[in-house]
Design a protein around this ligand. Structure first.
Ligand SMILES: Cc1cc2nc3c(=O)[nH]c(=O)nc-3n(C[C@H](O)[C@H](O)[C@H](O)COP(=O)(O)O)c2cc1C
Length: 310
């Protein structure tokens, strides 16, 4: 490649954490590539920090991928022949965030047609089902998934739940009391800069087929098999609850608020009271199904798409 590669970064980030992750990834190649950053923007922005009422009320439409309205993307990106798209998204309720699933169903997503795309995910620790849905959309759109980098909060599960609650509802990301800082650890965000040069090399050498293998060798994805079991259980429950709530009306409908409150309370009980039992049964299941779960770990680290993993 004689000219600089052209890279489009498309992303949705509420607090800016995911944007920081992507900035770190491309930090070392900024001078060597032409990089356009485009943020996906809902017509009505989601609040940050959140109010508990709107946070839990967002679950049903997120889980069922009921699209919201988005602002159009800049027209000139549709006239540029990008060599690579970096598609950054976060998980909401075990799915791609609602602005992201809305984008993938919108006319604007035609920008991905025929493009090589790397997904970058920044979330608490549960992203598997979301990525399966994204793979499904990419297939329909004719986008070619060539890489996936996932950064999560590596603190113990319950600690990461407590800190994300403090962050989401009070906007406080920093450590406080006995609790550490929320979200993806700063040093993991800084260290994500190591992925930039291999991405650049694979793009310029036009060898994107081998990229994910190299990214994985560099630690682009860490996945504990127990999380697969917990996420599968969560996905089933969220599906049931999303329909139960939507039976009473759409986003914000007063008629559904009783059910939204029930969901909120049950989720809190599930996380803080049932979680130790759930982790124990997941541990037992892990011993019994270790082989098939280790196979699943390899699958989820990869780029192929087999329907029915959830
Ligand atoms: C409504 C909502 C639901 C979320 N659900 C999940 C989830 O299911 N799994 C997960 O790992 N993280 C979840 N998170 C955390 C996000 O994936 C993300 O890490 C965090 O919101 C910061 O992203 P930002 O860059 O958009 O600020 C959720 C966050 C929000 C706001």
């Amino acid at each position: 490649m004689l000219t600089k590669p052209r890279i489009l970064v498309l992303y949705y980030s509420q607090s800016g954490q995911l944007r920081d992750i992507i900035d770190s990834i491309v930090g070392d190649i900024k001078g060597k590539a032409d990089i356009d950053f485009v943020s996906i923007k809902p017509v009505t922005a989601f609040p940050f920090p959140w109010k508990a009422s709107s946070f839990f009320d967002t679950m049903p439409e997120t889980v069922q991928h009921i699209p919201i309205l988005l602002n159009p993307l800049p027209a000139d990106i549709y006239n540029t022949d990008y060599d690579l798209v970096i598609f950054g998204y976060t998980s909401w309720f075990l799915n791609p965030s609602l602005p992201i699933s809305s984008f993938l169903q919108s006319e604007y997503a035609s920008i991905l047609k025929g493009k090589n795309v790397i997904t970058v995910i920044g979330c608490r620790n549960m992203w598997l089902h979301g990525q399966e849905r994204v793979k499904e959309y990419f297939r329909q759109l004719g986008a070619n998934l060539v890489g996936n980098i996932v950064l999560t909060d590596t603190n113990p599960n319950l600690v990461s739940v407590l800190t994300i609650i403090r962050w989401s509802f009070k906007g406080k990301k920093e450590a406080s009391g006995l609790l550490p800082a929320a979200g993806v650890q700063d040093h993991d965000i800084k260290r994500a800069s190591r992925f930039g040069v291999p991405i650049y090399r694979h793009v310029t050498e036009n060898k994107l087929d081998g990229l994910q293998k190299e990214l994985l060798m560099m630690g682009a994805i860490h996945l504990k098999p127990g999380l697969i079991i917990l996420e599968r259980r969560g996905v089933k429950n969220f599906r049931k609850w999303s329909q139960y709530i939507r039976d009473r009306g759409g986003p914000g409908a007063p008629e559904r608020q009783g059910r939204v409150t029930m969901f909120k309370r049950l989720l809190i009980v599930a996380i803080f009271i049932l979680s130790p039992i759930s982790s124990l049964t997941a541990f037992i299941q892990l011993q019994l199904q270790r082989r098939s779960l280790l196979k699943d770990v390899e699958y989820f680290k990869g780029l192929s798409y087999e329907p029915g993993k959830f």
